[in-house]
Design a protein around this ligand. Structure first.
Ligand code: SF4
Ligand code: SF4
Length: 229
């Protein structure tokens, strides 16, 4: 068995839903000494996604919060596995990644995941998988290990759909179809979204720190297919 197969089996056995391997050449901020990436994906439960449409979004918020330590643990397991094989590896855990105000991190996990062949970026700027829609969360490991790269996804499968755009209460989704040359800001106006998130924090959650809408996750037909199955 190859290193990639062994690592994938390990991560799946520890709870990952999907794992992909990427050549990160040409992606900004990827360190020269660790030019390869591993994208780890976990799915969110159907119940959590359904609760996005229920006032308070209790299940969704709980599962979202709980997913951070799960993702961190998976990525650290992968890092440990690769280091034990003599390679450099660095898990981009919550603690190690700083998230700026505009929420665009130095090495976006979604970019690594498209390069890993796990899905595409929707018109909503969310990461979309064929099987779970956008009901997923991601984490990344950087490494110099020789991996069996997956075929990158470079084309959107959104087609003529514009459901997320039509349902966005902030009118934040521009409607452009993703390709790897577009930036997140071409697809989505974060400031408009943030206005709605702040309104929800005040009126729905009564907590200035809970800024969550996620309607674009819930309404996507790819997510709905998973939820209704
Ligand atoms: S989270 Fe809500 S406001 Fe923000 S883009 Fe998605 S649907 Fe629009
Ligand atoms: S709702 Fe439609 S346009 Fe928006 S991300 Fe999903 S498939 Fe793409």
């Amino acid at each position: 068995m190859s290193l990639s197969t062994d690592l994938k089996e390990l991560l799946i056995s520890k709870g990952a839903t999907g794992v992909g391997f990427a050549n990160l050449k040409g992606i900004k901020n990827v360190p020269n000494d660790m030019p390869n990436g591993i994208s780890i994906l976990i799915k969110l439960s159907k119940e959590a996604i359904k609760s996005i449409e229920v006032k308070g979004k209790k299940e969704y918020l709980k599962e979202y919060d709980n997913s951070y330590p799960i993702l961190d643990e998976l990525a650290l397991k992968g890092e440990e596995f690769l280091k034990n094989k003599g390679y450099k590896a660095y898990a981009l855990t919550k603690e190690r990644v700083s998230v700026p105000d505009n929420k665009i991190t130095l090495i976006p996990f979604k970019t690594v995941a498209t390069r890993s062949g796990l899905g595409w970026i929707g018109k909503s700027a969310l990461f979309i998988t064929p099987k779970y829609g956008s009901a997923v969360r991601l984490i990344t490991i950087l490494t110099n290990a020789p991996l069996d790269f997956n075929k990158p996804i470079t084309t959107s499968l959104c087609g003529m759909c514009r459901i997320c755009q039509d349902n966005c209460p902030a009118d934040a989704i521009t409607g452009l179809t993703w390709n790897p040359k577009l930036e997140r800001n071409d697809l989505f106006e974060y400031k408009k979204c943030l206005n709605v998130l702040e309104e929800l924090a005040e009126n729905e959650f009564h907590n200035p720190n809970v800024k969550v809408c996620s309607k674009c996750i819930s309404v996507c037909p790819n997510t709905q297919r998973y939820v209704e199955k």
